[in-house]
Each structure stands twice: as C-alpha cells, then as structure tokens.
Design a protein around this ligand. Structure first.
Ligand SMILES: Cc1cc2nc3c(=O)[nH]c(=O)nc-3n(C[C@H](O)[C@H](O)[C@H](O)COP(=O)(O)OP(=O)(O)OC[C@H]3O[C@@H](n4cnc5c(N)ncnc54)[C@H](O)[C@@H]3O)c2cc1C
Length: 317
C-alpha cells in the first residue's frame, strides 16, 4: 500500500535484519520515512487505523519478540541528514542539526573532520542519533564528553497525540545514566548538537587506540546489542555476571560472551526467546549469588505476552 506522499506501507515485514542481534519476528506494518513530513503522515495513518505505534532507530539496543510487533512499526534509519551551521563556526562553536535517523558514525566523521573531542566517545557507538539521545548513549571511561547529554543543545519532537512539532531545550530534559525523559509522548525527529571548536590534533590517533581496545575487549565479530544490563550503583554488571560463573552460559543459539560477560551474543541462529532465556537466567543467578538485581539496558519490543504477561515488555508510543 502507498500513502499520498508516496510512502510505502509494507505488510508482514521481517524485522530481524533491522536489528544488531538479527532476531525478532515481523512487523504487521512497517514504514521507513525519509522526512519529518512523511513521518507525520505515517503516524496520522496509523492513528486513523487504530494501530499501536512502535519505533525503531538503528535497532542496536532492542530485543524484538519472535512473535513480531503488532500494529505499525516506524523505522527511522532512512530519515537521515546532518547539517553544519557554518555561521556558528565564526563564533568558535560547531553547531549541527541532525535528523533522528542519522547514524552516529556520520556524526563521528564530522567530529573527526573538525578534530573535536566528542569523536572519542562516539567511536564504536552504533545506532542512530535519535536512539543516542533517548538512551543517553555513552561510554564508561572518565572522559569529557562521555554521553549524549553533554553535546545535545535541543531536540525536536513530533507529538503523537496532536501531531505538532515541539522544540525542547536539552536543559529542560531529565537526563540520567542511559536514559532521557521529558520528551514523551512523541518521536524525536531532529537533534541540535554543539561543541566548542577546540581542535585536538591527536584525536584520530586516540580514536584508533579506543577502537583497538574495544575490539580486544568486546565480541564485535558476533551479533549482539552491546551491554545488556545497566551497571547497578556501585557495581559493574560484567563483573557480577563473570563472578557468578556465567561466562559461556547458553540457551539455544544465544550465550553470555566469554570475552565480555555483559554481552549476550547470537552465536548460532538464536531466537529472541533464546536471548530472553539467557537474560532471565543471568538475572536470577546474579540475584541468588550476589544479591544484586540487574536491570536490562536493552528495550523489549513487540509481543512478549507469552513469556511476560504482566511486564511492560512491549514499549509502544
Ligand atoms: C556492539 C555494540 C556496542 C554498543 N556499545 C554501546 C556503548 O558503548 N554505550 C552505549 O550507550 N550503548 C552501546 N550500545 C547500545 C546502543 O548502540 C545504544 O544504546 C544506541 O544509542 C541505541 O540507538 P539505536 O538508534 O540503535 O536505538 P534503537 O535500539 O533502535 O532503540 C532504542 C530505544 O529508543 C527508541 N527510539 C529510537 N529512536 C527513537 C526516536 N527517534 N524517538 C523516540 N524513541 C526512539 C526505541 O523505540 C527503543 O525503545 C552498543 C550496541 C552494540 C550492538
């Protein structure tokens, strides 16, 4: 089916290839808008049809159910553009406006071109810029900047109830570790970023070194979602999991990585349920053995009613 703007609505669209874990069933309906206007049209159409809405950025922090996603899924990765405000450079600041589906690697390239410090934390962060803001993505190292909160100036949100666009200054949002609130209900459509134009001559060398360290510590040769659990206060999830003897624990085609215990890898055509089973076992074992409750950083999307009948598992808008 095609909407008046030419935007195609696909039926029973396989979502697994749109995720970094490469698991999950189909979306009842899927659209991939390229502009905010197309996005608005899609949201209006879904609303008129009475369909629940689910959003997908780069798909690098989600676990989509094998049963798929009911209603309309909107994948934002084609809504991508990065604009540089050349005027701001005269005031010694690099200001950028990015559509939410712009990849972080595109942003990394721009920061590297200008030899700026944010390149260091962006190196190795997959996914989109919208997803980066929503998750307040960042790194554990004590560097500056280390999270999206430090480089974000404002965001623009499409209100899913009124279909109005609203700009929100970053200072009015509630940012915390791997989380950002104060913009719902809505879809982050554009992000304004800024950083002082203070050239770091050695930034490329430092980025290469950071990439080398990541490659040596993380199982980047297998499909994963990065760190599955957030670090509980005063603890490192990876260390809790490792000291509970869980490295290598597997269910079906999913296992706790031997290289980094906070990664669960799809090593052999895993299902989403395999991954969920590993997550559940890890949570239970760490609670039993170490007395610490782990919370997932990864967001469950789609129909999980068969395993999580009471949990707010299917995050819809
Ligand atoms: C190998 C690997 C390494 C990783 N390393 C790190 C790391 O070091 N640090 C870190 O923080 N993360 C890391 N991650 C996790 C992930 O890349 C980040 O959380 C990323 O910011 C998620 O962005 P995304 O676009 O993929 O979002 P998705 O996974 O697509 O979505 C995440 C959530 O945000 C919602 N969402 C996405 N876009 C929007 C939008 N525009 N408006 C409203 N809601 C939206 C989705 O509905 C979902 O609930 C890693 C992942 C992998 C695979």
């Amino acid at each position: 089916m095609t909407l008046p703007s030419g935007l195609v609505v696909e039926r029973d669209f396989a979502l697994a290839p749109l995720t970094s874990w490469l698991v999950g069933g189909p979306a009842d309906y899927l659209v991939q808008p390229k502009t905010v206007e197309e996005l608005t049209e899609a949201v209006r159409w879904g609303r008129d049809q009475g369909l629940p809405l689910t959003l997908l950025g780069g798909g690098t922090n989600v676990l989509i159910s094998d049963r798929g996603v009911r209603g309309l899924t909107i994948a934002l990765r084609k809504m991508a553009r990065l604009e540089i405000d050349e005027e701001s450079k005269k005031q010694g600041i690099l200001r950028l406006t990015c559509l939410a589906g712009t990849s972080k690697s595109e942003l990394l390239k721009t920061m590297l071109k200008h030899r700026l410090e944010p390149a260091l934390f962006l190196a190795g962060l997959p996914g989109d810029i919208g997803g980066g803001v929503v998750m307040n993505a960042g790194v554990g190292e004590m560097i500056r900047p280390r999270e999206f909160v430090e480089i974000t100036e404002w965001i623009e949100v499409l209100r899913t109830d009124t279909l109005k666009i609203e700009r929100i200054e970053a200072s009015r949002l509630q940012w915390s570790y791997r989380h950002c609130e104060g913009w719902r209900p809505g879809i982050v459509t554009r992000v304004g970023l800024r950083w002082p134009l203070e050239v770091q001559e050695d930034i490329l060398t430092r980025v290469k070194e950071a990439n080398r360290v990541r490659l040596s510590k993380q199982p980047l040769d297998m499909p994963s979602c990065g760190s599955v659990f957030v670090n509980p206060p005063g603890h490192k999830s990876g260390q809790l999991i490792e000291s509970s003897g869980l490295k290598g624990f597997s269910s079906g085609g999913a296992k706790v990585s031997e290289k980094h215990a906070n990664f669960i890898v799809n090593f052999d055509r895993a299902s989403a349920l395999d991954i969920h089973n590993v997550i559940s076992h890890v949570k239970k074992t760490v609670l039993d053995q170490r007395g610490v409750e782990l919370r997932t950083e990864v967001v469950y999307l789609g129909d999980w009613s068969h395993v999580l009948p009471h949990a707010p598992s299917s995050k819809q808008i």
